[in-house]
Design a protein around this ligand. Structure first.
Ligand SMILES: Nc1ncnc2c1ncn2[C@@H]1O[C@H](COP(=O)(O)OP(=O)(O)OP(=O)(O)O)[C@@H](O)[C@H]1O
Ligand SMILES: [Mg+2]
Length: 145
């Protein structure tokens, strides 16, 4: 049954629930070496603050890029503890759409993600990204809460 899900994608935004989703996906992958695991992070383009000068915007973007590279390096180290084929993927654009496109283009069998993410609002069960992916993904979605 697990090998039906032999290519797993984790949608990762560095929130507590996405960390939990990663742990769960890694535990699934440990069951069988044949399972491949890819961690997908989608960077959203920063909106320039009103009246900000060009270089302020560029340095904010640069800071964001450096932070993401540091997170990515840590993720890769963590993934290297598995015997499975693994990878990290950095995409740019609308997170929900990019995750759904990635899953379709790479023929993934399962997406693992958190119910909520970085915005941390608790009123609704699903955030906008998890809501979108559940609706549009071409494969099953495991929502971690
Ligand atoms: N930029 C992203 N890249 C990859 N995965 C993401 C991204 N944003 C969210 N996710 C995934 O979606 C899950 C749910 O996050 P979501 O963004 O839907 O909720 P939220 O941040 O609480 O609310 P919202 O963003 O709608 O204000 C996260 O736990 C993570 O697994
Ligand atoms: Mg969010």
């Amino acid at each position: 049954m697990l090998t039906d899900y032999s290519r797993i994608v984790v949608a990762y935004d560095h929130s507590a629930l996405s960390k939990k989703a990663l742990k769960m996906a890694m535990n699934l992958a440990k069951q069988d070496k044949i399972i491949e695991l890819y961690v997908v992070m989608v960077q959203q383009p920063l909106r320039p603050a009103p009246y900000s000068y060009g270089y302020v915007y560029v340095s904010a973007q640069e800071a964001q890029r450096e932070e993401i590279q540091a997170i990515r390096k840590d993720l890769e180290e963590e993934l290297n503890s598995l015997q499975n084929k693994t990878g990290t993927v950095l995409l740019e654009g609308n997170p929900g759409q990019m995750i759904v496109d990635y899953v379709r283009q790479n023929d993934a069998d399962l997406v693992v993600m958190g119910s909520r993410g970085l915005s941390g609002l608790k009123e609704l069960f699903l955030g906008s990204v998890s809501h979108y992916v559940v609706q549009k993904a071409t494969c099953p979605v495991l929502i971690v809460k």
